[in-house]
Design a protein around this ligand. Sequence first.
Ligand code: ADP
Ligand code: MG
Length: 348
Amino acid sequence: TDLSDIPSIALLPLPVANQIAAGEVIERPASVVKELLENSVDAGADHIDIEIEKGGVGLIRIRDNGCGIRATELELAVSRHATNKIRTLTDLEQLHSLGFRGEALASIASVSQFAMHSRFYSAEHGYSLLLNTFSQIPTIEPVPHPVGTTVEVRELFYNTPARRKFLRAEKTEFGHIQEVVKRLALSRFNVSFTLQHHAKTVLTLKKTTDEASRLLRIGQLCGTEFMQNALTVQYENQMIRLSGWISPPSYARGQADQQYFFVNGRVVRDKLVSHAIRAAYQDVLYSGRHPCYVLYLEIAPHEVDVNVHPTKHEVRFVQQGWIHHFLASSLQQTLGQTRPSNSVNIAD
Ligand code: ADP
Ligand code: MG
């Protein structure tokens, strides 16, 4: 090759950089829904309406009654690396929000036709932000809007045909969205939700305040059979707290499709966790059968690293052995309730 042809180095134009970043986290419509729902929860919303068209490819509209965004910060909110959730890396050690990367809105906006309407809680009225699809230059105008935020995402991946080609049938994509809503609804009992597809209400979840109404939500989301059979888990000491519901051995399933584990309110898929749970069930389940569980682990934020992967589905525990032992022995003890002769003592 001719060395004189070597291109010079240039910074990528911002929209291109955003589209590349979007490739990491925005895999399909359900990823957009996940990011927007997390933002609503982080904004303190206790009611969220979700409207979907064409499996999320046509429209995703999420309206919340959270704190809203200052008009002067609307443009910043859709800029890359802009967040009000952390200021320094050490803030991650006491993180209480779901978001912190400041990338979701910029990523989503770069691969869709994007609009946001928001009214800050102390503002007189709302403002809308529209992004020009080519230049990504925003227009901001006053609009009527209740306190809170509405984000509208249309024609997802219209400018990234490769990604669009990988999308499945509308019904399948909507199924992924339902799963995302289910996970969030399982982790935020104090938030009410509605979910619509093609203007038809598919799910209405009321706020729950006591154990009985929580169980009703579990039944709505995981099936009444699980709800009626589930064993209640409740263990805590000064360091750690584990609560939730697990299936008794008699209610195991052929598939591992009803397994939810939350660490500090964040759903995670973790090898160590699944291994510990399998260990707890190993003597009571036939091989090839899978337990169902909805479990919540709460530990000090500095005991767990959430900054492992852009989608934040993975975490890393600082004290892995201790967590494994705590999970396995607590659950064994809960399962022991169905076999009184075989209970296990939990260390500390
Ligand atoms: P992150 O959630 O990691 O901070 P995002 O790109 O998802 O990054 O959002 C950028 C910022 O926009 C947030 O930090 C928050 O201040 C603001 N924001 C986004 N969505 C909402 C919402 N629904 N309500 C209030 N503020 C929001
Ligand atoms: Mg976010």
